[in-house]
Design a protein around this ligand. Structure first.
Ligand code: SAM
Length: 348
């Protein structure tokens, strides 16, 4: 298995915790829930009813989606951390936590986090998520706080939720289940709660559009972009037939293969994301604000004998191709090891 992805050890540990949390669930019975979820996600439409309402839905989600959303979230957090090398967040507030995929990613990528609060509307998702996180070996997840929380529909009286403040607010694979108005409200909630906000969506054109709308809102609120964008100009990839997305490759467990009726031993999860921080976010001894890379690799690098071709989104707000030949020496060696989604700081 090659390419960016969750480390096999981490993925295996999550698979074991999911397996333990699912104890007692009959895996073949997950199939109908799995199919319903797949149809809802592929349609791209806002689901009319909550997709994680029943015990079977929650179990299907944990078996077939949670490993992938957790792997995508982990890559987004890794790139965020690289732009903020001295940043040490201690507390997490995760909106629409589902069965805890983002919390898992935070615990593995940001070990400074010591307190996790998960907000979830589905009692069944929270029950299973509690069992899964409780089955991990990570104390920060075992003692996580779960709270019932529902974002009201458009037109409902907006009751300001008394939410705890945190160093980091996350919203992973939730915006696609909300109306435009609810998305705006949720981004505002996240920005009010934390000085750092990370949002992840499926890597589809519609997912990217939702990320771009959230990016605009965070910029308007005075946040600075940490990842993936190396600039705050209009997205050069937001053109017809193109969109900014990345990929997380993850191994599939036996349960996962069974739930999805899949044969391959791995899957590629495409995702879009944005991470932004208030200008004063720093770490001990570091200057405030993020330091994004000079460019971001926005496609899988093409490797030919003696030549690597990179598709870059650059600090000047433009996107374009950069060939790196063997004659470039060290730059070529760096390019050969680079992956889709990495920052690119090499000269030229
Ligand atoms: C696709 S799941 C994502 C779960 C998890 N964040 C992850 O990345 O795996 C979408 C989540 O959004 C939650 N959600 C959808 N609409 C919501 C609303 N109006 N208020 C609160 N949560 C909502 C669902 O209950 C579900 O847990």
């Amino acid at each position: 298995m090659s390419g960016p992805g969750s480390s096999p050890g981490t993925a295996a540990a999550l698979a074991a915790a999911i397996q333990a949390g699912l104890a007692g669930e009959h895996v073949p019975a997950l199939a109908s829930g799995t199919q319903r979820l797949m149809a809802a996600y592929r349609s791209g439409a806002n689901p009319a009813t909550p997709v994680l309402a029943t015990r079977t839905d929650a179990a299907a989600y944990a078996a077939y989606r949670m490993p992938a959303t957790a792997a995508a979230a982990a890559l987004a957090l890794r790139q965020t951390r690289l732009s903020l090398p001295a940043w040490r967040p201690a507390t997490l507030l995760d909106f629409g936590a589902g069965t805890g995929g983002m919390a898992w990613a935070v615990a593995t990528e940001l070990p400074s986090v010591v307190a996790v609060t998960l907000l979830e509307q589905s009692a069944e998702a929270a029950r299973l998520g509690r069992a899964i996180l409780g089955a991990t070996t990570l104390p920060v997840l075992q003692r996580a706080t779960w709270r019932a929380w529902q974002l009201p529909g458009d037109g409902s009286p907006s009751v300001p939720a008394a939410l705890p403040a945190a160093d980091l607010a996350t919203v992973s694979y939730v915006l696609g289940e909300l109306t435009d108005g609810q998305q705006a409200t949720l981004v505002a909630h996240a920005a009010r709660a934390a000085a750092a906000v990370v949002l992840v969506e499926p890597g589809t054109p519609a997912g990217h559009r939702r990320i771009l709308a959230a990016r605009d809102r965070l910029l308007a609120a005075g946040y600075l972009l940490a990842a993936p964008c190396p600039h705050a100009s209009a997205c050069p990839l937001a053109t017809v037939g193109d969109w900014c997305h990345f990929v997380a490759r993850l191994p599939r467990s036996a349960t996962h293969r069974q739930a999805k009726g899949a044969e391959l031993g791995y899957e590629d999860e495409k995702f879009s994301y944005v991470a932004a921080v208030r200008p004063d976010v720093a770490g001990p001894g570091a200057p405030p604000g993020p330091v994004p890379p000079a460019a971001r690799i926005v496609r899988r690098p093409q490797q030919r004998k003696g030549l690597v071709t990179l598709e870059l989104c650059r600090r000047d707000g433009a996107a374009g191709r950069q060939p790196v030949g063997k004659s470039a020496g060290e730059t070529y060696r760096v390019a050969r090891k680079s992956a889709w989604g990495d920052g690119w700081d090499a000269p030229g």
